[in-house]
Design a protein around this ligand. Structure first.
Ligand code: 2P0
Length: 330
């Protein structure tokens, strides 16, 4: 009965993920169906904890992130998810209170929307009494933010682009590899252009975008093969190439989308020098200036020490963060 359900609160914890093969560009903006399938690693430390309660006593939806009340576009994005859950659970007209805490700097290209929208989907679905399996939860999270579809799962996750709401979902991928990501936080502030707008602009105007989409299928096949056979150098090479191909499509958009800064370039140079000196480390970047170094769990601390030393004066030591593979949504 509605009265019992509306008194039920639920809390979910979801972890950020970093794509090794990128999602960049939507074939369907409303349903968030991407042009390319993507592969990611869910991380341990960076996570979002979200509580949702549907409460008939509320006049309107309210949401707070890290103690600050959301309004405007940020609140609208929460309400998209709440509306999907309400429609599915028969809770139309029942408002919700959402409380969220992030250990991920918000909107800085550190995958806060992935952990945030996955946690919101999980908490809202549970509070509404929906009993979703992981695939359906992944599809629901996707409607909030594409990359959130992958944060439903721990470790490596493959998001099948699909062609409609039913066929676009993520699933876990097993591997003998024990991967880690060393995050170099260049700037934890919000980015100048949202990834949503940047993707739209890239798809609409970059002459290089169709070629990147075509190449992405081969990149993914190669990455999956490397993941299954435990071949880190092969995975690192294709991940790095895929990421810079994506940034190439942004730079050839009109007007260009440029997330790289001089400090990003300095960080990239240290990653490449470390690799030249024998460390197994490859770079990837997302919709922000931060650089993520892909390496093995066993080498992660050595990589972090090397990057901290080489970036002295450019990036504070505490901005070089070791992240290991993390769990799926709880
Ligand atoms: C990714 N990024 O695969 C890519 C690589 C950024 C660069 O997913 O519009 O916040 O909510 O679906 O998921 C960031 O975009 O975008 C992202 P929406 P999202 O991780």
């Amino acid at each position: 009965p509605l009265r019992e359900r509306t008194r039920t609160a639920a809390t979910a914890v979801a972890h950020a993920n970093i794509a090794l093969i990128k999602y960049w560009g939507k074939a369907d903006e409303g349903l968030i169906i991407p042009h390319t399938s993507s592969l990611s690693l869910t991380l341990d430390d960076l996570h979002t904890t979200t509580s949702v309660v549907f409460d008939e006593a509320l006049d309107t939806d309210e949401a707070a992130l890290d103690g600050r009340r959301l309004a405007g576009r940020a609140l609208a994005r929460v309400r998209v998810m709440l509306d999907l859950v309400r429609a599915r659970a028969g809770l139309d007209g029942v408002s919700a209170r959402v409380r969220s805490r992030n250990t991920v700097p918000t909107a800085a290209g550190l995958a806060s929307s992935a952990s945030g929208l996955a946690a919101l989907a999980g908490a809202a679905a549970a509070a509404a009494g929906l009993d979703l399996d992981d695939r359906d939860l992944s599809r629901l999270a996707r409607r909030g933010s594409g990359s959130a579809a992958r944060s439903v799962f721990g470790g490596l996750a493959l998001w099948h682009a699909g062609h409609d709401d039913a066929s676009s979902y993520a699933e876990p991928v097993s591997s003998p590899l024990r991967l880690a990501i060393v995050v170099i936080v260049i700037d934890a502030g919000p980015k100048p252009v949202s990834s949503r707008e940047a993707m739209r602009r890239t798809v609409a105007t970059s002459p290089d975008y169709p070629a990147w989409v075509r190449r992405s299928a081969g990149d993914l096949a190669e990455a999956l093969d490397a993941v299954r056979t435990g071949d880190l150098p092969r995975l690192g090479d294709v991940a790095e190439a895929n990421a810079f191909g994506m940034h190439g499509t942004m730079l050839s958009a009109t007007p260009p989308v440029r997330y790289l800064t001089p400090a990003s370039l300095a960080a990239l140079r240290t990653v490449w020098r470390a690799r030249r000196d024998g460390l197994p480390v490859w770079a990837t970047m997302d919709a922000g200036p931060n650089v993520k170094a892909i390496t093995s769990a066993a080498d992660a601390e050595a990589v972090a020490r090397r990057l901290r030393a080489d970036l002295a004066g450019v990036v504070p030591e505490t901005n070089v963060i070791v992240a290991h593979a993390g769990p799926g949504i709880q």
